[in-house]
Design a protein around this ligand. Structure first.
Ligand code: UDP
Length: 257
């Protein structure tokens, strides 16, 4: 297994997922925060892996990330199928809440970029109530001209410890990849629809559904427009099976060493 920034990785269709529990991952991020090491976190699901395999620049962006974690049971299942099981899911939403808690405990500086203006405002209100000690240094909605440098200039000026970017993939990862190098420090993370959930506008699946690994089904019922995106999951499982066969054939031919 190849190591990436301290963790072993499991390669799933060319994407290196770190082999970690949530707790170990959070500990590592805390250490990087204290050392002021810039960090780019991607939490990837099957849709992201499939997209990366159709979009070479996006795949390159992912390969430059500091960490890619397994967001979604599909990734955990794929790793198992490849004979290299991952300990557990490290989902984007849960990771974001853990990082907000650290920011609150340590009175750290946070910037929020993305989502619609009213969603962002509602989310900030909820965060101010739940995490009163973290310092919100700035925020900007996500419907902006990509050539506009205002957001990055604000981040450079306010020097946040955490930057959460909710523009949906691949936009958020591409933005972080292009802009993090312009900053001195910060833990940068793409968080997809998490602002919508924290704002209260989109409900997360109840715990029973999540425990049954049926969060995807709940999302499909509550946001039927997502059905097309769900098609990525069976395609992903098929591609993983195929990649496993290719690896085992190569091993039989002695090419795998
Ligand atoms: N979004 C945005 N700017 C855009 C497109 C989307 O800020 O140009 C936001 C959108 O409002 C939502 C988040 O990005 O808050 C994407 O959510 P989605 O559930 O689509 O994320 P994904 O699961 O695709 O990463």
């Amino acid at each position: 297994m190849k190591k990436v920034n301290h963790f072993d990785t499991v390669n799933i269709l060319g994407i290196p997922f770190i082999h970690t529990t949530m707790d170990d991952f959070i500990k590592k991020i805390e250490a990087r925060l204290h050392n002021q090491e810039k960090t780019f976190i991607v939490t990837a699901n099957p849709e992201i892996v499939m997209r990366a395999n159709e979009d070479a620049p996006f795949k390159n962006v992912l390969q430059r990330a500091t960490y890619i974690t397994a967001d979604g049971i599909g990734i955990v299942k794929a790793a198992k199928q490849l004979g290299q099981p991952l300990p557990e899911r490290v989902a984007g939403y849960d990771t974001m809440l853990r990082l907000l808690q650290i920011a609150n405990d340590e009175k750290k500086r946070v910037y929020f970029f993305g989502a619609k203006e009213p969603t962002l405002k509602k989310m900030i209100k909820n965060i101010e109530e739940t995490y009163p000690n973290l310092i919100i240094v700035g925020s900007h909605h996500g419907y902006y001209n990509p050539k506009d440098n205002r957001v990055i200039q604000e981040i450079q000026a306010t020097e946040p410890d955490f930057v959460f970017v909710a523009l949906g993939f691949p936009r958020q990862e591409k933005w972080i990849d292009a802009n993090m190098p312009k900053c001195q420090k910060g833990i940068f993370m793409g968080v997809g629809g998490s602002f919508d959930v924290i704002s209260g506008e989109v409900k997360r699946a109840p715990k029973v559904w999540r425990n049954l690994h049926l969060e995807w089904l709940y999302r499909l019922f509550s946001q039927p427009s997502r059905w097309r995106r769900m098609l990525a999951i069976p395609k992903f499982m098929m591609a993983v099976r195929k990649s496993k066969n290719i690896v085992s054939q190569d091993n039989e031919k002695g090419l795998g060493a």
